[in-house]
Design a protein around this ligand. Sequence first.
Ligand code: KMH
Ligand code: ZN
Length: 277
Amino acid sequence: MTGTLITVAPTGAESSKADAPALPVTLDELVTTAKECEALGASIIHVHIRDDAARPTLDQGRLRDTVAALREGTGLIVQLSSGGSVHDPEADRLAVLDAAPEMASCTMGTVNFGDDVFMNRWGFIVDLHTRMQERGIVPEYEIFDLGQLTTLQHLLGRYGLPAGGHVHVDLVMGVPGGMPGTAAALVACEQAVRDLPEGTTFSATGIGRSTIPVMLASLAAGGHLRVGMEDTLTYAKGRPVESNMQLVARAVGFAQLAQRPPLTPSQARELLGVPAR
Ligand code: KMH
Ligand code: ZN
């Protein structure tokens, strides 16, 4: 078993700065957070950006500036979200790839998302996957429900392996409308991952209070970790998260206890098939 990939997802598109003042929403806040999380043991940053009013945006200029600033200021693998917010049109989500990140997310199906719907049509998934192949952008396949792993199997069988040749999935567990954030659900996914190409790796993230059981289950099952304020705003009962660093530090501690210490960004690049810097 290898060390642990730790992804930080610091911002997301769902929480407001008013509700979570520690949320990094400016470029400066994002780069500062990224540097601190890298120093603690993160190797990937999953990025959603905000506009001047701290609202989610897929503005192309801002995306490019963000990729450049993170590359300049950190060694982290920069993974842009192509999921955006549930309100973003497909064209804007596809255009995220024009900002030329090293990685981008690619969700494997439509899912209810609280009171909203996170729409991911088959044709849209194929467009994202094939454009990433053409441009050498390594996908992280986002899985919100068990059947989406079967969709991924179908996608790879029909359109081939992603850029870099390695398949990496992220199990997003505990979204209201998706699979639960339980050890049982994680084990079911881990079994289904075995039907994907040999060497496929997975990370897992538990939304809200499922963050700890999902982290422990993922480490026990040989998986990797994603944490951050995109997914978790309460550190413990009655204690709001103070910073992304607090969540990364906890994940690093769990990984070390499991004797699977954090991978460095260059080790993570090697594992995922992301070209070395
Ligand atoms: N914000 C969610 C609607 C992704 O980044 O690819 C979608 C999401 C997944 O966060
Ligand atoms: Zn996201």
